[in-house]
Design a binder for this molecule. Sequence first.
Ligand code: PQQ
Ligand code: CA
Length: 673
Amino acid sequence: QTTPIADSNWPQHGRTPAEQRYSPLKQINTDTVSRLGLAWYQDFDTFRGQEGTPLVIDGVMYVTTNWSKVEAVEAETGKVLWYYDPRVPGNAAVRGCCDTVNRGAAYADGRVFVGTFDGRLLALDAKNGHLLWSVNTIPQEATLGGIRSYTIDGAPRVAKGVVMIGNGGAEFGARGFVSGFDEKTGALKWRFYTVPAPGNKPDGAASDKILHDRAYRTWSPTGAWTTSGGGGTVWDSIVYDPETDLVFLGVGNGSPWNYRVRSDGVGDNLFLASIVAIRPETGEYVWHFQETPMDQWDFTASQPMMLLDLTLNGEKRHLLAQAPKNGFFYLLDAATGEFVSATPYTFLNWAKGVDPKTGRPNFVPDSLWSLTGKVWMGIPGSLGGHNWAPMAYSPDTGYVYIPAQELPEPFLPEKNFALHKMGVNLGIDLTGLPDDPKIVNAVNSGLKGWLEAWDPVAGKVAFKVPHDTPWNGGVLATAGNLVFQGLATGGFEAYDAHTGKRLYHFDAHSGIVAPPVSYAVNGRQYIAVEVGWGGAFPLMGGAMARHANTTINHSRLLVFALDGQASLPTEIRTGQAVVPTQQTFDAAKAEKGYMLYQHFCMACHGDNAVAGGVLPDLRWSGALDNDAAFSAIVSKGALENYGMVGFSKMLTPQETENIRQFLIRRSLAAKAH
Ligand SMILES: O=C(O)c1cc(C(=O)O)c2c(n1)C(=O)C(=O)c1cc(C(=O)O)[nH]c1-2
Ligand SMILES: [Ca+2]
């Protein structure tokens, strides 16, 4: 039933339904890659994180960029064929944890499907970009009167005439669900909620029976989840497997993070941090596997999944593979969900292995910080041993290439948990990195990132390519015995797939987080990648993110080919002028402003008011010198069109002023260093 995919195309998110991100093209190979050069490039119109996987179908490339913008370009020349701006309102930015990114479109039967950050799903005519249909994927009741927060940044998937999309929001209060829409009309076919409703009430959805019979009893009848939604957002990975006719949903973390507050410390909280298999036409439940019961570390199972056909102990197996945040590499039987193996692909300290039969982790008791009430230095931290940046598999080497990292994080219960609308709702202490440069340097030197070649049959690392920092780009493997990856530090690299030897380097002038793709037009092979530093770590990470990337965001599409002759402009934007404020501050007010900042501002402007190279660094904001201007922006929303909403409903004028006092303190402290 599946039509063969031409070698020259990249028609789906992971190229084929198996999502291995392997291109059979080999004009660019270990022998020729030294001749690789820029064939053409395009400047984007947004300087924020770019996480998109371009699709290429018969010489036309479909690109999505920040703020859910879409364009079609000639893949050979870069000539723009059409451009579609869904006009996401600026005030939607604050509903998401991690930048107004978009990870890509889906294509089927002449239609391009894209999710928008404000929760719509669009179908565009692939020929001219005209809107065919648009649906709001977020039902009114799911928002609980605006308390719960939903965004879309993941790529839709299409199977059997059904377009499927989930959403994000579990850091802000959300109840996860995935919806399936008719490809032709946009009519809703089914909805699958990933966590139960309070009181075990039915939703009239495909998930009703399994939530009622199985999931509800894994939650306390009370707890903050009854308002905050419980989490379980399917914000990135959805894979359809034609062989088993199953759709696999990668389900996210709990909301709030604090498991004691969320569920009174009771139950495993299904289907948080689980993979759930459903049917594409109906959304009917088939199986699930929970990777992290009692999640309290933001250990999502939403990381990219792929299908692998491997011979294990002499037996051919059709497997689903994932390297989720929690640090274990999982293999599950794709048809049944039967646990096969879970092996650490990175250093992890929260579990001592898993039960060999069930795959349930053996928790290190101290890791359950919400129950112990004590600080836990978790590895991985909430950004995971691997996040959304896709991995790739080469059938030639048998390795899975993982953009792996080590980013430790302290977890400590928040003293007075309060559910905020438009503020982060974690139930975790949000004290930032202290100012002391010695501590900052020590923390930064402990952050690691590397490209890992993982042997899924042997269950061990084949080799590692160390990078300077964490939060590097997604990976592409090709039949040219090459692996391509962009780096946080702005390099675009090619490595020998067998050895990890670096064979090519290009300076992209800006951090790369997106995954490359490969395609061919008129017999010439190309490699394309979106450039643009952003996403969770650059926005939230403060001094750690700044350390990882010292340029600012230059968002572009780069396309490489053998003997490419183009070059980037040499001018590198240096970004915001560093102008410390002339004001003085009131110590008591500034101290009060600190935690308010961490709850309401940090998610975008960076931990402890150090911006990570994407959005404005508030220490240098001219508005610090003018309390009327500050309040016009922070309270009244003067910059709403750029994503900076007014917080007057959440923050009193005095609280807003306290935040300004805190920022003045930070500005002066930076001047002092
Ligand atoms: O729980 C959620 O709903 C949710 C959503 C998203 C998102 O939509 O991007 C991310 C996360 N969580 C998350 O935990 C995370 O680490 C993350 C990184 C990114 C990114 O794009 O860089 N998004 C998200
Ligand atoms: Ca999350």
